[in-house]
Design a protein around this ligand. Structure first.
Ligand code: AMP
Ligand code: GLY
Length: 429
């Protein structure tokens, strides 16, 4: 069958790399893709939100399965339109994707489904939010824009003054536009974060090994938040008992609540969790694979991904055998452009990709890259997700950073401590 992957980041490179290995995949197209995906299949110059052109392309090429990477086309209803056009697609409907597209919707659903999460209030106007904060003790809060804001609409506030300033930015100055139509104010949770992703057809749930992202820009989790500077999988933070507890108490009730609410979820349900002293609590749900979590996850997946996604898209996930995983851990280090997550320059030629490709147990997934005159150049903030497996987390880390050292461009930087959190949790590594 022909497969179409929608998106242009590291997640989509990992997806197209993995799907292209399937004996069932006749050809993989990526819309619009990047310099890395061009080596796995054929890039098609269509934007992820240009649904009409994507449908035309999928019909003309007789695509057997479309896999949607990012949240924006899901929230815009791409999946619904593909279905109306009679096309098979892996991803949630617009109604189901609201679990990510509206934090107020997500929190309400979690409350009704009795899923552990931070206490919260949602406000439609900034004045009411300000009154609420002024009526409460001066304490830490997390202030969130309701809608999609590329991970930037969440402000962790140490005190009331900071929370009031965040409400102003979101609700009055409208820094995030319509995403700020509602403001969610939550209790601050403390602990380590983990990401647990599950593939589901709305009925059967296939939970993937737990991963840990590194959102802050700088070593030791300092600096501004980013899309994710690295990830590793599995994480010793989540032992088997906790994994099953999280599955039973977060993923399963959410899949059922969405089904009961007539928004059956097909695709990847991603639980962002805080592991607090009083147990795991949900920070958010996403409606797609995490980026960069997808890279180490797929690096470890030994079985074919295509039949799993195809079965989920066809409501037959229950017929699929459990996938086989490489027992070795994987670590992904994101290499970024100077200035990211703020403004940065693009078009810098990248050297050393061939040398990195010669290393064993390593794959440099591309994120913000493009081809210019046959050369690979930078085109985004997060440029590469250099991913490696190793017998231990330390070995995987060493393999990843050995490849990172081989790659250079003007202004390249990365965190140096990806996966160190795991080392602090385990004794025998
Ligand atoms: P979200 O997009 O809702 O996951 O928020 C992005 C990031 O903000 C999370 O990964 C956490 O690091 C942080 N965050 C969100 N909600 C909370 C909370 N209630 N307590 C502490 N940190 C939070
Ligand atoms: N790594 C965080 C995300 O994909 O939302």
């Amino acid at each position: 069958m022909k497969v179409l992957v929608i998106g242009n980041g590291g997640r989509e490179h990992a997806l197209s790399w993995k799907l292209a290995q399937s004996p069932l995949a006749e050809k993989v197209f990526i819309a619009p893709g990047n310099a890395g995906t061009a080596a796995e299949g054929e890039n098609v110059d269509i934007s992820p939100t240009d649904t009409a052109r994507l449908i035309k392309f999928a019909q003309a090429e007789e695509i057997g399965l479309t896999v949607v990477g990012p949240e924006a086309p899901l929230a815009a209803g791409l999946v619904d339109e593909f279905h109306e056009a009679g096309l098979k697609v892996f991803g949630p409907s617009k109604a189901a994707a609201e679990i990510e597209a509206s934090k107020a919707f997500c929190k309400k659903l979690l409350r009704h489904a009795d899923v552990p999460t931070a206490d919260y209030r949602a406000f439609r106007d900034a004045e009411a939010a300000e009154r609420y904060l002024n009526d409460r003790d001066d304490m830490p809060h997390v202030v969130k824009a309701d809608g999609l804001a590329a991970g930037k609409g969440v402000v962790v506030c140490k005190n009331r003054a900071a929370a009031l300033a965040a409400v102003k930015r979101i609700g009055v100055e409208r820094e995030f536009g319509a995403a700020g139509n509602q403001i969610v104010i939550e209790q601050l949770l403390e602990g380590q974060e983990a990401s647990i992703l599950a593939i589901t057809d709305g009925q059967t749930i296939l939970t993937l090994p737990a991963a840990q992202d590194h959102k802050p820009a700088l070593d030791g989790d300092e600096g501004p938040n980013t899309g994710g500077m690295g990830a590793y999988c599995p994480t010793p933070l989540i032992n088997d008992e906790m994994f099953h507890w999280i599955e039973e108490n977060t993923i399963v009730p959410v899949v059922h609540a969405l089904k009961r609410g007539r928004r059956p979820f097909v695709g990847v349900l991603y639980a962002g969790l805080m592991i607090t002293n009083s147990g795991p609590k949900v920070l958010e749900f996403n409606a797609r694979f995490g980026d960069p979590e997808c890279q180490p996850l797929l690096m470890r997946m030994k079985s074919d991904l295509l039949p799993v996604l195809d079965a989920a898209a066809n409501g037959r996930l229950g017929e699929i055998e459990q996938p086989e995983w490489d027992p070795r851990p994987a670590v992904c280090v994101v290499m970024a452009s100077q200035g990211y997550p703020g403004s940065y320059e693009t078009g810098k030629p990248i050297r050393g990709l061939d040398a990195a490709a010669d290393l064993d147990n390593v794959k440099a997934f591309h994120a913000g890259t493009a081809l210019a005159d046959g050369k690979t150049v930078t085109s985004g903030g997060r440029v590469l997700g250099v991913t490696a497996v190793g017998d231990t987390i330390s070995a995987a880390k060493l393999n990843a950073y050995t490849a990172v050292k081989a790659i250079r461009w003007d202004g390249a930087w990365c965190r140096k401590d990806i996966s160190d959190k795991a080392l602090s949790l385990q004794v025998n590594d």
